[in-house]
Write a protein that binds this ligand. Structure first.
Ligand code: NAP
Length: 334
């Protein structure tokens, strides 16, 4: 059976998701789209034979939409996911699930009240092949007990509207989910220190920042987030275990040896680096739904990541170690 999907938000990633769903993912058809940029939405809809709705609520109510991909700006996600749950529609919500822990908790509560999982959150790194090698090395005991992680998250540049808080709620939120997934542990405390700002950072932006996460079992993670590094998109990690380490560099496809130099390419942006991960995420989502299974990162994962990101924002503001407090995990997410 073909899954009928509606896509809310057809900007950068929403348009990419429509393209993937329409041309690269099997078992699915894009039947509807909505974006406040109506001309772009109409053009994208026409390209895939979908309806362009006049509002996102009309898309959620459309009987020809069984599942919704939410790729609108983050502050709109919680309200849109809640509407989907109320309508009993399946959802793949781009990260973040919500910009605050309180809003994310409302989604968790609504899904728990509904009685079964409808929501997956777009933490696509869990589908990335290089990250999965790291995860396998931890899970099969290859490096002993995981004790430390060093992580790097660099973007070439960001728009002037990007704030210091967004370095946590938009960028490091990926590392937060990755750490929880790799270690199978919750984050219990965080400390954040900003360097003197890069000359390339917009006025007022604290960039780069160093983040420390303490996990429930005592493991410790450091993350460098630098969103104006200029040279490319650079996401890396090394996990230090009791008997070995496993690391993930940029998957490099080309290298040039010339004039006494070895030159390797760095991905330009997240689109290039995680292209296959987005595709695998969507394909596995569709396959899972066809089998009646909602898997992948859950609303609980979205809640936990939002709470930790909020604490990291607070930790930078206070200049102090900040403890993370979460509600008990509902049995739906056991
Ligand atoms: P974007 O290019 O700004 O796209 C968002 C789109 O939603 C824009 O076209 C925006 O229109 C539109 N929009 C605004 N209000 C809306 C509403 N009420 N209902 C529906 N659409 C509305 O942003 P993006 O980079 O695609 O990011 C979208 C989301 O995906 C964000 O949450 C972001 O964090 C996430 N994301 C995730 C990844 C990942 O690696 N998983 C990568 C990129 C983005 P206007 O431009 O006219 O406001």
């Amino acid at each position: 059976m073909t899954l009928k999907v509606g896509v809310i938000g057809t900007g950068n990633i929403g348009a990419d998701h429509v393209r993937r769903l329409a041309s690269q993912v099997s078992g699915v058809r894009v039947t509807a789209v909505f974006d406040v940029a109506t001309a772009r939405a109409a053009q994208i809809a026409q390209g895939v034979g979908a309806v362009a709705h006049g509002s996102w609520t009309a898309l959620v109510d459309d009987p020809d939409v069984a599942a919704v991909v939410i790729a609108s700006p983050g502050p709109l996600h919680a309200e849109q996911v809640l509407a989907c749950i109320e309508a009993g529609k399946l959802v793949l919500c781009e990260k973040p699930l919500a910009t605050t822990g309180q809003d994310a908790l409302m989604v968790v509560a609504a899904e728990v009240a509904f009685g079964r999982r409808l929501v997956q959150v777009g933490f696509m790194r869990r589908y990335d092949r290089a990250y999965r090698v790291v995860k396998a090395a931890i899970d099969d005991g290859s490096i002993g007990e995981p004790l430390l992680a060093h992580m790097v998250h660099r973007n070439a540049s960001v728009p002037d509207s990007f704030s210091s808080d967004m370095a946590m709620t938009d960028s490091v939120i990926h590392e937060i989910d990755t750490v929880r997934w790799l270690f199978g542990q919750e984050v219990v405390a965080t400390t954040v220190v900003a360097s003197r700002p890069s000359p390339q950072a917009a006025a007022g932006l604290r960039d780069p920042q160093l983040v420390l996460f303490e996990l429930a079992d005592g493991a410790v993670v450091d993350v460098e987030v630098f969103v104006n590094c200029q040279y490319g998109y650079d996401v890396r990690c090394e996990i230090v275990g009791s008997t070995g380490t496993v690391s993930m560099d940029n998957p490099s496809t080309n290298s040039l040896r010339r004039g006494g130099q070895l030159i390797e390419s760095v991905p330009a942006d997240w689109r290039v680096r995680f292209d296959t991960a987005y595709l695998d995420e969507l394909q596995q989502w569709v396959h899972g739904l066809a089998a009646g299974v909602v898997g992948g990162p859950s609303a609980w994962d979205g809640y936990a990541a939002a709470v930790v990101a909020n604490c990291a924002v607070q930790a930078l503001a206070d200049g102090a170690r900040t403890k993370v407090t979460m509600v008990d995990r509902p049995s739906l997410y056991a």
